[in-house]
Design a protein around this ligand. Structure first.
Ligand SMILES: Nc1ncnc2c1ncn2[C@@H]1O[C@H](COP(=O)(O)OP(=O)(O)OP(=O)(O)O)[C@@H](O)[C@H]1O
Length: 260
């Protein structure tokens, strides 16, 4: 995807929030958007996601599937967690059960029948995240995704980001706390004075995500061994029935003809 001389302002005579932004969003990249409060990070993310349209200029080649997670999930909707996620799946032509693995993985099972309006901010954010991941996104846009999340869920974000980029998607994430800034290969773009300042791109890591199940009592030792062998451990989580079912359809991805 590419921004070609993108300008944006919120009203006809308002000052430009962004002006003359040019940027290329490479597949497989994590792009961390930094900047002070009010600099225009959310505006840039919404232009990328297609939630806002540029006042001038063009966004080219936006991926067909965009996952958009706003800073605050709009919880004032007449659904329960499960009702909302299954309705979102059906809108996309997917079976209602598509949401089940995400409900499980994001720890939403206990809240499945809770009305959205009664969820805590962090739980509502997880519903927003699950919604964005129902179909594997070519572009995942996360606006301050850590806000209000509990510790186990915060660890999930880098895992999910790595899964999307490993599958060839682009992740655009605003992160004023710097929680994801150290991901290998992450680009740092800073919004200031209405423009984008991009640090030079580090090489893309040539990695895949391998999920390994070990007995619970061996988890710490397994993590230590993997780290000692030079692997990045993205996180440890409870195995779920959905994950066990997925295991039977897991295969090591083959390289494409071009990569051989
Ligand atoms: N809906 C809107 N209508 C008018 N002005 C807006 C609107 N949304 C944002 N702005 C203004 O546009 C500018 C950029 O806002 P934006 O939310 O993109 O910044 P940000 O870097 O994401 O800030 P924060 O870190 O506080 O979320 C700010 O001056 C803000 O007040």
């Amino acid at each position: 995807m590419r921004f070609d001389d993108v300008w944006f302002r919120y009203a006809r005579r308002a000052p430009w929030t962004l002006h003359g932004v040019g940027a290329t969003f490479e597949p497989g990249r994590t792009i961390v958007v930094l900047g002070r409060n009010g600099a225009g990070k959310s505006t840039l993310l919404q232009l990328a996601a297609g939630v806002l349209r540029p006042s001038r200029g063009t966004v080219h080649d936006r991926p067909a599937v965009v996952g958009w997670v706003p800073e605050r999930f709009p919880a004032a909707q007449p659904f329960t967690t499960f009702g909302y996620l299954s309705a979102m799946a059906e809108v996309r032509g997917l079976p209602a059960t598509t949401a089940d693995p995400w409900i499980d993985r994001l720890g939403l099972t206990a809240h499945a029948d809770t009305p959205l309006a009664e969820l805590s901010k962090g739980t509502a954010q997880k519903v927003g995240l699950a919604q964005a991941l129902l179909t594997p996104p070519g572009l995942l846009v996360l606006d301050e995704p850590w806000e209000g999340l509990d510790a186990p869920s915060r660890e999930l974000i880098p895992q999910i980001v790595a899964e999307v980029t490993t599958a060839g998607g682009t992740v655009l994430v605003s992160d004023h706390r710097g929680e994801i800034a150290n991901l290998p290969g992450a680009l740092h773009w800073t919004v200031a004075d209405g423009t984008l300042h991009a640090e030079p791109a580090p090489p893309l890591p040539d990695e895949v995500v391998v999920e390994v199940a070990v007995p619970r009592q061996d988890a710490t030792a397994a993590v230590d061994r993997l780290r000692a062998a030079g692997h990045r451990v993205l996180g440890v989580r409870e195995i779920s029935e959905a994950a066990v079912r997925r295991e039977h359809s897991t295969a090591v991805p083959e390289k494409t003809g071009e990569e051989r």
